[in-house]
Ligand binder design. Structure first.
Ligand code: UN1
Length: 508
């Protein structure tokens, strides 16, 4: 592996994206690339007073931005999308270096940003409310959607920039300002994204300063966002533990939240499934991004009649899949983000062993020149029955496999976890597919047929139920959470009839 140039390459990419050199060469936050484990940058941490100042400035920016017509706000997001399109290779490569994703996944992440910008630019002409029939003569009712305020965004390492864009693109067209605290593990892609935002803002002109702010640092800065009275909505992506800490604090001040927390996603493979297609879908969802997507497939529930065939073939894939530098075009599994993640994976595998699991893979892979990186062969874990370890999300490429006989049993197993993000069924039987999608089927926010659990498009609302937190981001009508709704009743008559037939006649 060519390690010597990684830091140099990172700095070249950052310079090209317009990030000032001092932002990635000076500071206390040391950034390592999971590809080699080596240091690639040093970034300055935002002080609490600077963060407070940024929140105040964002609020100030909001006060003027909210009066800009929405289609003109959309123009900023459209131009941001163009800047991203021009730099998809640069930013995508930086995503790979900072997170260890495959190059195609790094580019895919930026593509997701471009897609949401296109979506949001169109949406900026469609922030439409209903006109509602009034029960009173000569009255009209309608809904008006107004900008909300400063939107706080806390994002995780695994989608270091796409999650910001889902929130920011919608928030900005909705007339809001955005303050973003990315994961401490991925400040470089955040700095680069921010530089591209500034580039777009300069091109469009007349954008209030401080409209989009970036805070680099640890959870304390996140807590500032949680408690800031100027922030009426916080969108937070991360662990269920983080959500448990954040949600009550937001509720205490009646702030809105969009929570995108743990997933523990399952696929049910029925007897009629197209096995070739299933095999590819399972491989991508379970091993892609080294199992570090919140939508990664973690549980496979297979019909007993096809179990041996599918698992034999899957084992072959697990034993042969290329685990290597994610910049190499043949690689399908890159590194884990860090040592902690490796330890968590090994602990989960130990627990599975004590539940009588049969494990294929799971061992560390040491690559030349990357002794401090954490590569692993993905693990396929066959279990005789549901076990505690299966109910927990381990953010690593572990796929637990269980057998079923009857679809009701499979659906019950699939729903028998605290999380509720994504799910799939593989079947050619319309009854089974529709049952899975019905009210008594999957209890997740995402339920798919004949595709895997991961890799959702931006056009749909993204998020999940139960311990996943209930939030929805991205497409469909997720924008409504970023606005406040006013119900307006207008009387254009000369009388004052009261609703519900109430009479209240005063003497004139
Ligand atoms: C995440 O892992 O936090 O559906 C988001 C997917 C991606 C987004 C994942 N579009 O896998």
């Amino acid at each position: 592996m060519n390690t010597g140039t990684l830091q140099h390459e990172t700095h070249t990419l950052l310079a090209r994206l317009g990030v000032p050199e001092s932002s990635y060469t000076q500071g206390d936050l040391v950034v390592h690339s999971p590809i080699t484990g080596q240091e690639i940058a040093r970034v300055a941490v935002t002080t609490e007073s600077a963060a407070q100042h940024a929140i105040d400035a964002a609020h100030h920016a909001f006060l003027s931005w909210r009066t800009v017509p929405a289609p003109r706000r959309g123009e900023l997001v459209r131009v941001l999308g163009e800047e991203l399109r021009a730099e998809i290779e640069t930013l995508g490569r930086l995503v790979t270096i900072e997170t260890g994703k495959l190059l195609s996944e790094g580019f895919g992440e930026v593509q997701e940003m471009i897609d949401i910008c296109v979506f949001a630019a169109g949406l900026s002409r469609q922030l439409a409310g209903l006109t509602i029939a009034s029960e009173r003569p000569h009255h009209r009712m309608m809904e008006t959607w107004h900008p909300l305020g400063v939107v706080g965004v806390i994002s995780a390492f695994n989608f270091p920039v796409a999650v910001w864009s889902w929130n920011a693109a919608l928030a900005l067209v909705c007339g809001n300002a955005v303050v973003w605290k990315p994961s401490e593990k991925t400040p470089l892609t955040a700095l680069a994204t921010h530089a591209l935002f500034e580039r777009a803002a300069a091109k469009v002109g007349n954008i209030p300063s401080g409209l989009a702010a970036l805070l680099i640092g640890d959870a304390r800065l996140g807590e500032l966002l949680v408690d800031a009275p100027q922030i009426p909505l916080l969108s937070a992506t991360g662990s269920t533990a983080m959500g448990r800490a954040v949600a009550p604090r937001l509720a205490k001040r009646f702030a809105r939240s969009i929570l995108e927390l743990g997933g523990n996603n399952a696929a049910i493979v029925c007897a009629s499934a197209d096995i070739d297609l299933t095999l590819r879908a399972v491989a991508f969802s379970a091993m892609g991004t080294a199992g570090q997507r919140c939508t990664s497939l973690r549980r496979l529930i297979v019909h007993e009649t096809i179990y041996d065939d599918l698992i034999t073939r899957l084992k072959r894939v697990y034993l042969s899949v290329v685990v290597n530098d994610p910049r190499d075009r043949n690689t399908l599994v890159g590194p884990l983000i860090d040592a902690r993640s490796f330890t968590a994976m090994q602990q989960a595998l130990d627990q599975a062993r004590s539940a009588e699991a049969t494990i294929t893979g799971g061992e560390r892979v040491i690559l030349d020149g990357a002794a401090t990186a954490f590569y692993v062969r993905p693990a396929l874990v066959e279990l005789p029955a549901q076990a505690d370890v299966v109910r927990r999300e381990t953010f690593a490429p572990i796929l637990y496999v269980l057998k079923f006989r009857d679809l009701n049993e499979a659906i019950a197993l699939q729903n028998d976890v605290p999380q509720g993000l994504s799910s799939s069924i593989f079947t050619l039987n319309v009854r089974e597919a529709e049952r899975f999608l019905s009210a008594s089927g999957s209890d997740c926010g995402i339920a798919n047929v004949n595709i895997g659990t991961s890799g959702a498009e931006i056009g749909g609302a993204f998020g999940g139920e139960k311990e996943t937190g209930g939030g929805r981001e991205s497409g469909s009508d997720a924008w409504k959470q970023y606005m406040r709704r006013a119900t307006n009743t207008i009387n254009y008559g000369t009388d004052l009839p009261l609703a519900q037939g109430v009479t209240f006649d005063i003497e004139k």
